[in-house]
Design a protein around this ligand. Structure first.
Ligand SMILES: *Cc1c(COP(=O)(O)O)cnc(C)c1O
Length: 443
């Protein structure tokens, strides 16, 4: 052997880096390669090989290190424990699916009778289970329909609900104070106009009356749109016209309630529900599936059968069609047990505080500067603006914020007044032990 100088010496860790091929052939790697695929596993091997090159990892430890790190599925998205105190966090995917919904997705993932009638062997109505459960949950609805999200429901309504005797989009009468931006620069008026519809704005930012609407309705009107101000509050010198005042103007009233409560919820008295809006006289209600409804991303449409028929038959409907995974998750959400979102909304603040006390005490036992504190959670995700839900949190040094985002599952809290708060309202009680472990690992 030559003198061990420069590159290529036998003791040089770079010479001892196990080759990718050798690692992929290693018996211990086989189950992971079968589940995740070789290209995905290779990317993780590369990281470990780099660590060997840098002298941070012994070559013989590469396999077990990679196996310990590999996720359960070949994706880049990671699981996050939502300790932000925002129940429906748009950046965290809004509503967490219930166990029932997750199982439902597993059942239909392969071949399924999504559009087949197994009794006759012929084509069946697509997603009938989801639509039947939705109709049953909103007894005031003549019919129900699902599209990809709340925005799609509005776009389809604007496109398909044309004025009488017209085949092209007409004007939509909408109050100035309801021309809302729902987040990330996304504005509902822009969406509506992108369909070719024109907007007839009525009233002022803070006030609108039923007469304003009546004056704006003419034979070009497709419908009146009422948009729930789901992420802001206008207070002070205000006046609005309720749905009940707008019926009888000769055009349909469409109510976009946003959050997707199917029936009223006592904890959120100001949040409209689909059933309540239909009873008040709305002809059609649109909403999101992944807000307070607690299910998968979807656009809920309930109301008059003739209007829903027009939407369903429009060519654009095919482009906004929901997939079988969504239909299954939606059906299991509406027809199954209480959702995690409802559990979080209805959690007893004293029980949350007891959990926070217990967690903080356990962490202090490990020498971590942890303290249980009272906190305030919000619904978020375009629901119940201004409503604060009493909650409890584990207060930690802010220096833990970044390490907690780096552990897996990641933990996202919120920084307030120089402390990192892990708010427990949106964390399932079953995850408390995991949360404690992750805080220890992040330290
Ligand atoms: C959230 C929201 C929407 C958009 O729904 P997506 O499901 O996000 O497309 C539309 N209108 C209102 C009032 C909302 O709150």
């Amino acid at each position: 052997m030559a003198a061990q100088t420069g590159e290529g010496g036998a003791a040089d860790p770079r010479r001892r880096v196990p080759s990718t091929d050798a690692l992929l052939r290693d018996e211990r790697m086989r189950p992971a390669v079968d589940v995740l695929g070789a290209p995905y596993v290779k990317a993780w091997l590369k990281g470990a090989q780099d660590a060997v090159r840098a002298g941070d990892l012994a070559p013989e430890d590469v396999v077990q290190t990679v196996l310990a790190q590999l996720p359960a599925a070949p994706i880049t998205a990671v699981r996050v424990l939502n300790a932000t105190g925002v129940l429906l966090h748009t950046n965290l995917g809004r509503a967490p699916l219930s166990e029932a919904a997750v199982r439902a997705v597993g059942i239909v993932a392969g071949a399924t009778d999504v559009e087949l009638d197994l009794a006759t062997g012929r084509r069946g109505a697509r997603g009938r289970g989801a639509l039947e459960i939705l109709r049953a949950a909103v007894p005031d609805a003549e019919d129900a329909y699902l599209v990809n999200n709340g925005a799609a429901a509005l776009a389809l309504a604007a496109t398909a609900l044309t004025p009488a005797h017209s085949r092209v989009p007409g004007s939509i009468v909408i109050a100035r104070g309801e021309m809302v931006e729902i987040g990330d620069g996304f504005r509902l008026p822009d969406l509506l106009e992108s369909t070719g519809a024109t907007l007839r704005e009525v009233g002022t930012t803070n006030r609108v009356t039923a007469d304003d609407y009546a004056e704006a309705v003419d034979d070009t009107t497709a419908f009146i749109l009422k948009v729930h101000p789901s992420n802001f509050v206008i207070s002070g010198f205000t006046a609005g016209a309720g749905v009940h005042e707008l019926r009888g103007l000769g055009v349909p009233v469409v109510a976009d309630i946003g959050s997707g409560l199917l029936v009223p919820h006592p904890a959120l008295p100001d949040e409209p529900s689909a059933g309540g809006m239909l009873r008040a006289g709305a002809d059609l209600v649109t909403a999101s599936g992944d807000k307070l409804l607690g299910g998968p991303q979807a656009g809920v449409v309930v109301g008059r059968a003739d209007l829903i028929h027009a939407m369903r038959r429009h060519p654009l409907a095919r482009a906004l069609r929901v997939d079988k995974l969504t239909l299954a998750a939606f059906e299991a959400t509406v027809g199954g047990p209480r959702t995690p979102t409802m559990a979080a909304l209805e959690a007893d603040p004293r029980a949350l505080r007891a959990r926070a006390d217990q967690l903080a005490e356990a962490l202090r036992g490990d020498g971590i500067d942890a303290e249980a504190v009272d906190s305030r959670a919000t619904v978020g995700g375009g629901g119940a603006p201004g409503v604060e839900l009493p909650s409890a949190a584990v207060s930690l040094p802010t220096g833990l914020a970044a390490p907690l985002r780096a552990v897996r599952p990641a933990v996202l809290g919120r920084v307030t007044e120089g402390r990192l708060l892990l708010d427990l309202r949106a964390v399932a009680e079953a995850d408390d032990d995991l949360l404690a472990q992750l805080v220890r690992a992040a330290r």
